[in-house]
Write a protein that binds this ligand. Structure first.
Ligand code: APQ
Ligand code: ZN
Length: 336
């Protein structure tokens, strides 16, 4: 799921996103609440009309952004007091308010307000966050009115097995249509990320979607799928694309490097994306050196295509019962 935080996947049009095979876009309640404001999106007829994207949209609740973007904030059992990273104005998010904001934005899937502690965090901090996250999830479930918007619960619990199991059990008891695993991809070692998945996924309903928030690289996606994850979001393909870094089967390349100045091959041999079918590494190298707008756009197109193609191959492999072969060969090739 490409991240389009402020109602745009940076540099790409909805037509380009559709042509790539994008399934769901992510937008961010925290950012849209601050700018342009929910009322303007509501007056436009909701997010799909405002940004001219007719496909599915998922919005994050903003809890994570408040904790990561705004230094001045206070978390209480009632909700989160924070200051805007734009103008320092003070705001107060409660689970009920965040449900209302998202019902007015009108995504297809919305995340309830959760508390995602930083990594590392003490067991006491994690315990408090799990308690709040479950209480807020229950309040969100009760405040949910508009059924065209599907709310997912978010499991927290840091890297403590018993707290992860407690959080999962309390969220599952609230019977959400889908579940996210939060509190990961916050700087913890990869082995711990995967261990948490081994603990939590078996506790989630097998017939409902599982969404691993904030992940990830091609390797992380394979590891996540191997542990039962269905949905991923990540800023990597777009953010790396804007900073001249392209995904390839053999790892990442930074196209600004002098080595590519006279390299007249495609970014990746065999890649069928628009960028690889039309342009050479030398041209992309030039665009970035010249700081031309087209450079970031073309690398973003390639990176998103690369991840979508990987997911397509994963689906095909699962359907044909050969996923673990794909998993083994991909990770071996990458020395992963
Ligand atoms: C647009 C960004 C979507 S994912 C943001 C995110 C990323 C990561 N890594 C963790 C969390 C989390 O624990 N809770 C919430 N609400 N969001 C998280
Ligand atoms: Zn390509």
């Amino acid at each position: 799921m490409p991240v389009g935080t402020q109602a745009t996947v940076k540099g790409l049009t909805p037509d380009e996103l559709g042509a790539l095979g994008t399934q769901i876009l992510l937008c961010n309640t925290y950012h849209l609440y601050l700018r342009p404001g929910v009322s303007i999106v509501e007056e436009a007829g909701g997010l799909h009309r405002f940004m001219r994207w007719s496909g599915p949209i998922l919005t994050d609740s903003g809890g994570f952004q408040v904790l990561s973007l705004t230094p001045l904030r206070k978390v209480t059992d009632e909700g989160v007091i924070f200051r805007s990273h734009l103008d320092g104005s003070e705001h107060f998010f409660t689970p009920e308010k965040v449900v209302d904001l998202q019902e007015r934005l009108g995504p297809d899937i919305a995340m309830v307000l959760d508390e995602c502690p930083p990594y590392p965090a003490s067991r006491e901090e994690i315990e408090k966050a799990v308690k709040r996250t479950s209480a807020w999830a229950e309040r969100s479930r009760k405040a949910w009115r508009r059924k065209e918007v599907t709310f997912f619960g978010i499991v927290q619990g840091g890297v403590y097995r018993d707290l992860r199991e407690k959080s999962a059990e309390e969220l599952v008891a609230l019977d959400f249509p889908g579940y996210a695993i939060g509190g990961l991809s916050v700087g913890e070692p990869k082995e711990l990320t995967y261990a948490v998945l081994d603990w939590v996924v078996p506790l989630l309903p097998p017939d409902k979607p599982r969404y691993l928030m904030g992940v990830g690289t091609p390797e992380d996606i394979l590891e996540g799928v191997a542990r039962g994850i269905d949905m991923f979001d990540c800023v990597l393909p777009t953010r790396l694309g804007r900073h001249a870094t392209a995904f390839t089967r053999r790892g990442r390349i930074n196209i600004r490097r002098a080595a590519y100045a006279r390299d007249f091959g495609p970014l990746e041999e065999g890649c069928q994306c628009y960028t690889c079918r039309h342009y050479t590494r030398a041209y992309l190298h030039h665009l970035f050196r010249a700081e031309e707008m087209l450079g970031p756009r073309l690398l973003t197109l390639h990176n998103l295509h690369f991840l979508f193609r990987l997911m397509e191959r994963i689906r095909e492999a699962i359907a044909s019962g050969t996923f673990h072969h794909l998993y083994e060969t991909w990770l071996q090739e990458r020395g992963g």
